[in-house]
Ligand binder design. Structure first.
Ligand code: FES
Ligand SMILES: [Fe+2]
Length: 435
């Protein structure tokens, strides 16, 4: 349980809200590369931290992320013509380039110098791991761009599911770092089986445990925290544990346990206070077979044109009860809702646009969520009071070197070392010596 004031600090991201301002000091996933793949192609609407923007690739292949509304009188540039190295507003023809320069004002007399005086909003961008990234903070504080965990090399096979969620970002990320729910909410899609670790088939994710009440252990880190959910395995339960570690990478990413076919990550990006873009990324860098984009979207019931409209909004909504199939429930389906992310979204959206955390009753399986709130409320306060930005400080381990782990291990194994690269272990040891 947290206070209403703390809840606001955690959740609000618009305008001058400390959490949003803190996020602006990070590179943010703005849209998918596939949305702006073509030179002079259709622009893509982007909403980030309460701002409406539009992304486009110009005639030379350069990427722009500019304010959606024309500097002249505010018509949408998302409907504009993308031509000759700029985005042209349909109304009076003003044209802006990727840097926000106004190149042409056909409605002004030829001798006018007005265009030199107008600068349109434009943010720096990068491309990596299937995403266009944007930096929306003060230029002087722009951090060096680093590839995300799911792009360890240019050859990584990456599938991205992108879905608009109609609720605040914090309750979405709390779902991501809540291992306990998967044994219940996703029990149909994650059936228990006598196997040696998490698997993936075309239809389900079999799991080697029937234990619905994991014991949680947490380790704070420079990047956020790592936690283990420890369950009793079906096989060798007397001598072994089934351990799944999840990494929260502040402020908005998580690495969740892999399976035998692909690794998994999520990027939870606030569009505004009550809307979030959920990105679920499955990847492999040759360590596993991986899954291609189309198959990944099919598995998640998140195919554009089938399950989603062209702005990534679901056909399964709060209004239609997520198309819950009660007959399927009678036949044994636990939720009656198709697709693992859709099941999550049904839970997140029914909690309200911004969950009221003053009324909850938290139990022992909620300690990762409690830690997330503590860390992020404190980070928002510290940013507000001192300008310190979580996730940018300390001895940085590149995200591509961070890994989530899952497996059946002897009870004597130290969970904090599982799947961790030597570089990070050395850093942690050095820190302990200093402390
Ligand atoms: S509103 Fe865009 S050119 Fe006039
Ligand atoms: Fe889930």
């Amino acid at each position: 349980m947290i206070t209403a004031e703390e809840n606001d600090l955690l959740c609000r991201v618009e305008g001058g809200a400390p959490m949003g301002q803190l996020m602006r000091r990070h590179w943010l996933p703005a849209c998918l590369t596939e949305e702006v793949a073509e030179k002079d192609g259709a622009p893509a609407r982007v909403r980030l931290l309460g701002e409406d923007l539009v992304a486009f690739r110009d005639s030379k292949g350069r990427l722009g992320l500019v304010g959606e509304f024309c500097s002249h009188r505010g018509s949408s540039l998302a409907l504009g013509r993308n031509e000759e190295c700029g985005l042209r507003c349909l109304y009076h023809g003003w044209k802006v380039d990727v840097d926000g320069n106004v190149l042409e004002m056909p409605s002004e007399p030829p001798e006018s110098r007005f265009s030199a005086k107008v600068k349109h909003k434009a943010y720096p961008t990068r491309e990596s791991g299937g995403f266009v990234w944007a930096y929306m903070g003060p230029p002087a504080e722009m951090p060096q761009f680093q590839p995300p965990a799911w792009a360890p090399s240019p050859n990584a096979k990456i599938g991205v599911v992108k879905i608009h969620v109609h609720c605040n970002w914090a309750q979405v990320i709390e779902g991501t770092i809540d291992s306990a729910h998967s044994s219940t909410l996703h029990s149909t899609d994650m059936p228990s089986a006598e196997i040696d670790g998490a698997k993936a088939t075309e239809a389900v994710w079999p799991r080697p445990s029937t234990d619905k009440a994991p014991r949680l252990k947490i380790q704070p880190t420079d990047f956020g925290f790592r936690y283990a959910a420890i369950r009793k395995p079906i096989m060798n339960a007397a001598t072994h544990n089934y351990v799944r570690t999840t990494l929260f990478i502040a402020p908005f990413m998580a690495l969740i346990p892999p399976n035998n076919v692909y690794n998994l990550s999520q990027a939870i990006i606030p569009l505004d206070d009550t809307n979030t873009m959920f990105h679920f990324i499955a990847w492999s860098d040759g360590d596993k077979p991986g899954i291609d984009q189309a198959a990944w979207r099919r598995f998640c019931a998140a195919e554009p044109g089938v399950d989603l409209d062209k702005r990534w909004r679901r056909i399964r909504t709060l209004e239609n009860d997520f198309m819950q199939d009660r007959a399927a429930m009678q036949r044994g389906d636990f939720t009656g809702i198709r697709g693992i992310p859709n099941q999550d979204m049904a839970m997140w959206e029914t909690m309200g646009p911004i969950a009221d955390r003053t009324k909850e009753r938290l139990g022992t399986s909620d300690i990762a969520i409690i830690k997330f709130r503590q860390i992020m409320v404190e980070a928002a306060c510290k940013f507000r009071d001192t300008g310190w930005v979580i996730g940018r400080d300390g001895a940085r381990i590149p995200h591509v070197k961070l890994h989530s782990f899952e497996g059946i291990v002897p009870k004597s194994a130290d969970w904090q070392t599982l799947g961790v690269e030597p570089e990070e272990l050395a850093l942690a040891a050095a820190k302990e010596r200093v402390a």
